[in-house]
Design a binder for this molecule. Structure first.
Ligand code: ATP
Length: 375
């Protein structure tokens, strides 16, 4: 088991900054997911931790020891890649035991440890088979077993499930979570798939263009996104984001835009109206409230089986409502929707950062700043 500390690590490829001053402290036994869109620097960061890519700046520590210049095989970390990279001419047992043979471990000891991890990953029946005679999920488990057999301090995984079909992915996800619990080892897991991140991670570090946009529990990122980038990345369909203005009326704050006039449930005075980007998740908009404070016209209704997605034209923007089926609305119908004040997120239009409502006596929307803790 290992604690991983990444201190202001950067990587440049020529003029391109793939990773920019990333700092992360991964606790012993944690399941941390590096999430982000294609090209945001996830794999580069993982490869630097593994020792396969040299950082341009910064330090990497494993259990407090600086390993920045240490060779990959001396870092006590195991890497599992998207491509399983199994040796086709070796049996499953041969593949799993390979790292131990390379370290000249005694035969009897290799056999004992291979049998142990094979039992853990339910591969005992397959030990004599060649990789070509295995399913994708079984090959993935062999790759994992090969990483586990050394009993490393931490597992570094780069999109290990992306070659599996949807059903197998779901099952393997659950297996990985169970395995993590059983082993108690540190997992650092790269994916661009938000479902994998939300379901498996104890914490998610969401990367945007080489920087950490937000790091926290899945619930923190989903419920209190630090920026419009985070708000728009997590959630399917993503959070509705639209330009609006906060106004004070008789001491109460209201969110207003074309077709929108809804209370924010907060009191205060604003000298002038405050432009914002408002965010409301589709599942938090409710159709048909009598005092519906958002009015629009139904443009499309999509049937998802248990639910429907209703696309509404509201002024110049389009809002998506996720409602239990049947939502009971028709295309071209005028409808109203409501949102609880607690479900309305506000962001600064300039920086995209979350606006926090500071102590009531301040009576103002605080300016976003990197240093302002998100309450
Ligand atoms: P994906 O999800 O598509 O794998 P990623 O988030 O893992 O993406 P990286 O593979 O880390 O992204 O790449 C980050 C950026 O660095 C990309 O713009 C990529 O083109 C660039 N990059 C990565 N490796 C190299 C390299 N060896 N030489 C030059 N540029 C590179």
């Amino acid at each position: 088991m290992a604690r991983l500390q990444i201190e202001a690590v950067s990587k440049r490829f020529g003029a391109h900054h793939a990773v920019r001053e990333v700092s992360l402290d991964v606790a012993d036994g944690e399941f941390l997911v590096l999430l982000g869109p294609s090209g945001c620097g996830k794999s580069t960061l993982l490869r630097m931790i593994a020792g396969l890519t040299e950082p341009s700046a910064g330090r990497i520590l494993v259990d407090g020891a600086d390993v920045t210049g240490v060779a990959p095989q001396r870092r006590d970390l195991a890497m599992v890649f998207q491509s399983y990279a199994l040796y086709p001419h070796l049996s499953v047992a041969g593949n799993i035991g390979f790292p131990l043979r390379a370290r000249r471990v005694r035969r009897a000891e290799i056999a004992r440890r291979v049998a142990g991890v094979a039992a853990t990953l339910e591969l005992s029946e397959l030990l004599e088979r060649k990789p070509a005679a295995l399913s994708g999920g079984q090959r993935q488990r062999v790759a994992l077993a090969r990483a586990m057999v050394r009993d490393p301090g931490a597992f570094l995984m780069d999109e290990p499930l992306s070659n599996l079909d949807a059903k197998l992915r779901g099952a393997t996800r659950a297996e990985l979570v169970a395995l993590h619990r059983r082993l108690g080892a540190t997992f650092l897991y790269v994916t661009h798939d938000q479902v994998e991140a939300m379901t498996m991670a104890s914490r998610i570090a969401l990367l945007d263009a080489g920087r950490i946009a937000q790091c926290g529990t899945p619930a923190e990122l989903y419920d209190r996104p630090r920026s419009t980038f985070v708000a728009g990345f997590l959630g399917s369909p993503p959070m509705n984001l639209f330009p609006a203005v906060v106004r004070a009326r008789a001491g109460d704050l209201w969110l207003t835009a074309d077709g929108v006039d809804t209370p924010l449930g907060r009191t205060g005075e604003l000298g002038t109206a405050r432009p914002v980007i408002a965010g409301i998740r589709p599942e938090r908009l409710r159709l048909g409230g009598t005092a519906g404070c958002i009015g629009g016209t139904v443009r499309r209704v999509e049937n998802l089986g248990g639910e429907e997605l209703v696309q509404l034209a509201v002024g110049a923007t389009e809002l998506c409502v996720r409602a239990p089926r049947p939502a009971g609305v028709r295309v071209d119908e005028s409808v109203t929707v409501r949102a609880d004040p607690a479900d309305i997120h506000l962001f600064d239009p300039g920086t995209g950062l979350r606006l926090t409502w500071q102590a009531p006596q301040e009576n103002s929307l605080s300016r976003p700043a990197a240093a302002v803790p998100v309450a």
